[in-house]
Design a protein. Sequence first.
Length: 370
Amino acid sequence: MKVLFPFVGDSVGGSHRSVLELYFSLKKIGITPVFVLHQAGPLSVLLDKLDIKYDYLFIKNLAGESPGLVGIVLSILLNFFKLSKFIRKNKIDIVHGNDLRVNLTWSLPTRLSNSVYIWHQRSLMSPSVLWKTSVLLANHFITISEYVHQSLPSNIPESKKTLILNPFNIKNIYDRSVSRRWLNELYDIPENSILLGYIGRLVDWKNVDFLIKCFAEYNKKRDIQFHLIIIGMGNSEYVDNLKQLIFKLGIENIITFTGFNVEPNRIISSFDLMIAPSNEEPFGRTLVEAMIQKTPVLAARGGGHSEIIENEVTGVLYEHNNIDNFITQCDKYINNSKFMHRIINNASYSVNLKYSSRKHAESIIKIYHQ
C-alpha cells in the first residue's frame, strides 16, 4: 500500500509533526508513505534534516488561496489533470490530506483517479454550503478533538468520521538544565530569568498580541526578572504589529523572537512556563509536547485546550482575554513550587496514557483498510 501526504510546505506546525510520527509507524509495517511538497520552505528544511525523501510538485493557486467559491472551483480545475496524473503515475492507493488548502485541491482529483481520499480535519469547519458538499469529496474524515469533531457538517454519516487524538513521541525527553544553558547562550538570555514561552504560528487567531500585553503587565507588577521567548513564523504584517506593540510597551529587551526552529521540544524543555493564548484552538499540540517535557502549561480556557488540560490537575487555565486572571493563574506556578511539581507529574502521567504513537497509527491504519 502506498500513501501520499501532500503539503504546501510553507510552514511547520502540529499537523506536520503528527504526520511525521505516523510516517515512521507506517514504514515499520510495510506501508509506503510518500511526501509531496508544493513549494520549498520550512518543511523541506525539516525533512532534509530528518533525511526523509520527498517530491516537489509545483502547481498554480491552491484551492482556498483565492477568495470565494468561484476562486476555489477555478483552482481545483486548473490543477486537476496535473494532480490526477501524479496519483496514477506513482500508483498512489490513498491520499491523506492534513491541510485545508490541500484537502480542497487534492480530494476531487483523488476520487476521480479511483484512489481513496482521507480528509484529516485539524481546524474548525465553517457551517457553510461549501463544507456540506465536502462529504462528496472524501472517503473518510478524521478529526483531532471533540471540539473539531462537533464542527463537522451534520450530513457526514457517523460511519465516515472518526476522532483520533494526535500522536506524540513520549520517549525523547530533554534534560532541562542542559537545554536551558543551550538556550541562554543561543539567544543571550540572562541566566536567572524566569523564562515564559510560546511556540506556534504567528497569526491573529493565536492571540499572541494578548500574551505580550499580559507579559508586560505581569513584568511591571512583579519584582522578578522575566523573559518571554516566542517561537514561530507567520503573517509578516501581524509579526510587524507584534514588534511595534513590544516597542510601544517598552519590553523589547526581555522578549526574543526566534523564528522557525527545527528543535521545538528542546526549547520547550527549557521553559519555566509554556503559554498557549489562543481562544479557539482546535487541539493544542504544543501543550502536550510541553507536558511530555515536564514543562508546566498555562492556556486560555476553551476549545481543544480544555480537552487536554484538567484545570489545576494537569495544567492551569485562565479566562479568555482577562489580563488580571492571567496574572493570578501565573502566580499559582511562580509562587508555589509544590503545586507546580504536582501539576507536572500529573500531566506527564496523563499524556503517556492518552497520546501514544502506536495507538494513533493503529487507528489510522484501520481506516486505510476499510
